[in-house]
Design a protein around this ligand. Structure first.
Ligand code: FAD
Length: 401
C-alpha cells in the first residue's frame, strides 16, 4: 500500500507544534510528512515587537527550522505556497514545484488588516513577520542618523496605531529602546515622542479596568502620548491625519490596529469568513476531505456567535489536538473535538513590566513581567525541550545590530 502523504503549510506556532505531535506519535514509515514554509527559519510571532524595536537579538526571535525537527520523520521544504488544488490534492509553490498530499494542514497564519485607510498599506510599518519588523528597526536607526544632520523633529516622532495588545507591547518596547538609541546617537531623550493612537476610549480595550488603569498610568508617567478616541484618517510617508483635524508630522507609523487571516486564503477557493477558513469541531475545513486548518488562518467558533481570537494560545492548543486528529484520520480512528481552555493573557510593556490575568488572577508590574517570561519559556519547552530554553537564554543582544 502507498505510504500516505501529510503536508503542513506554514511553520509558525500551529504548524511546528503539529509537526512535533506527528514526530512523537507516528510510527516509522507510517506516513511521509512534509513541512513547507516561506523561510528556513521560524519566527516567534509573539516577540516580533522586540525585533521592531531592536531589543532582542535576531537569533532569539528567528530559529532555524531544520534544527527544530527532532527526527527524520518530517521533511522540511523551503517554499512559498501559491495555491492548492483540493480536487487533485496538490500544493503549488512559487518555485513551480507541485507537492502531492493525502492529508493537508493549512497553518499559514495572519496578515495585517489596514481597513483600506488611505496611505496605510504603502506607508505604515507592519508587525507581521521577522522581515517586516526588522524593517521597522532599520528605519528607526535611519531616522536617528538623519536627525543628526537635519534635526527634523518628525524623524523622532514614533506613532503606533492601535493600543490593543500588540500596540501596547510595541510601545513598551520603544520605551525600552529609545533611551539607549539616544545615548548611542548623542541625542537628548526629550527630543523623542512616542504616541499611541487608539479609536476606542481607552488603551487595552477588552482588558480589566485595573489593567487599563495600570497601563494608562505607566505610559503617562513615561511621557507616552495617549491619543484615545482618535481615528487615523490617512497617512503619508511624513504625516498622519487624525479625525480630530490634527495632522501629525511623523515619519514612522507602526500599524498594530488589526490582523486577519493570510491573504492567500482568499485565493484557495474555500469558504472564507472574516478573512479566515471556517473549521468544524475536529479542526477540519468544512466540506473538503482530509484538510485541516488551525491558528490565525482558521475561524474556529467558541460558541454560536463568537469565534476564538487569533492568538498563539489558541494555535498551540489546536496544534496539540490537530496532530493526533490527522493521525486518527489516516488510521481510520475516531477524531476528538477541540476544546479551548483560556489560561489568561499577559501583555508586556517593555522587559520589566507587564499586565494581564493568569488563571483568573489579575497581575501587573514586575510579577506580570516574570509571568510573561514563563509563558515564553513554556513555548520553547514545547518546541525544543529544556535545552532550547537554555540555548535561547544565552543569546544576548549586541547593541545596534
Ligand atoms: P504564524 O505563527 O504567524 O505562522 C505562519 C507561518 O506561515 C509563518 O512561518 C509564515 O512565514 C508562513 N507562511 C505565511 N504565508 C506563507 C506562504 N504563502 N507560503 C509558505 N509559508 C507561509 N498571541 C498570544 O497568545 N499571546 C501573546 O502574547 C501574543 N503576542 C503577540 C505579539 C505580537 C507582536 C504579534 C504580532 C502577535 C502576538 N500574538 C500573541 C498572536 C500570535 O503571534 C499568533 O496568533 C500566532 O503566531 C498564530 O500562529 P499561526 O501558526 O497561526 O501563524
Amino acid at each position: 500500500m502507498k505510504t500516505p502523504k501529510i503536508v503542513i503549510l506554514g511553520a509558525g506556532y500551529g504548524g511546528l507544534i503539529t509537526s512535533r505531535q506527528l514526530e512523537k506519535s507516528l510510527s516509522d514509515g507510517e506516513a511521509e510528512v512534509t513541512l513547507i514554509n516561506k523561510h528556513d527559519y521560524h519566527y516567534i510571532s509573539t516577540q516580533l515587537h522586540k525585533t521592531g524595536a531592536g531589543t532582542a537579538s535576531d537569533d532569539k526571535i528567528a530559529l532555524h527550522i531544520p534544527n527544530l525537527l527532532k527526527t527524520n520523520k518530517i521533511h522540511f521544504k523551503k517554499g512559498t505556497v501559491q495555491n492548492v488544488d483540493f480536487g487533485k490534492k496538490k500544493v503549488y509553490l512559487d518555485s513551480g514545484d507541485k507537492i502531492e498530499y493525502d492529508y493537508l494542514l493549512i497553518s499559514l497564519g495572519f496578515d495585517v488588516a489596514t481597513f483600506d485607510i488611505p496611505g496605510v498599506e504603502e506607508n505604515a510599518f507592519k508587525i507581521k513577520s521577522f522581515q517586516s519588523t526588522k524593517a521597522i528597526y532599520n528605519h528607526i536607526l535611519r531616522q536617528f542618523s538623519a536627525y543628526k544632520i537635519d534635526a527634523d523633529p518628525s524623524r523622532l516622532t514614533f506613532a503606533v496605531a492601535g493600543a490593543g495588545f500588540t500596540g501596547i507591547e510595541m510601545v513598551g518596547e520603544l520605551l525600552e529602546a529609545l533611551p539607549n538609541l539616544c545615548r548611542a546617537y548623542d541625542i537628548p531623550f526629550s527630543k523623542t515622542r512616542i504616541i499611541t493612537i487608539e479609536a476606542c476610549p481607552t488603551v487595552l480595550p477588552g482588558f480589566d479596568q485595573e489593567a487599563i488603569d495600570f497601563t494608562t498610568t505607566y505610559l503617562k508617567k513615561n511621557n507616552v502620548e495617549l491619543m484615545t478616541s482618535t481615528k487615523i484618517r490617512k497617512c503619508s510617508p511624513t504625516s498622519i491625519d487624525l479625525d480630530n483635524g490634527e495632522v501629525l508630522p511623523s515619519k514612522t507609523l507602526i500599524w498594530a490596529a488589526g490582523v486577519r487571516g493570510n491573504f492567500l486564503l482568499e485565493k484557495l477557493n474555500l469558504p472564507i469568513s472574516r478573512g479566515r477558513i471556517p473549521v468544524d469541531e475536529f479542526l477540519r475545513v468544512k466540506g473538503v476531505e482530509n484538510v485541516f486548518c488551525i491558528g490565525d488562518a482558521a475561524l474556529c467558533m467558541k460558541d454560536e456567535k463568537n469565534a476564538l481570537p487569533p492568538t498563539a494560545q489558541v494555535a498551540l492548543q489546536q496544534a496539540v489536538l490537530c496532530g493526533p486528529n490527522m493521525i486518527a484520520s489516516l488510521r481510520g480512528e475516531p477524531l476528538k473535538p477541540f476544546m479551548y481552555h483560556h489560561k489568561g493573557t499577559v501583555a508586556s510593556i517593555g522587559n520589566k513590566v507587564a499586565v494581564g490575568k493568569v488563571f483568573g488572577l489579575k497581575i501587573s508590574g514586575s510579577f506580570a513581567a516574570l509571568m510573561k517570561q514563563v509563558i515564553e519559556a513554556r513555548y520553547l519547552l514545547m518546541l525544543g525541550g529544556p535545552s532550547l530554553i537554555i540555548k535561547q537564554l544565552l543569546k544576548i543582544k549586541k547593541p545596534y545590530t
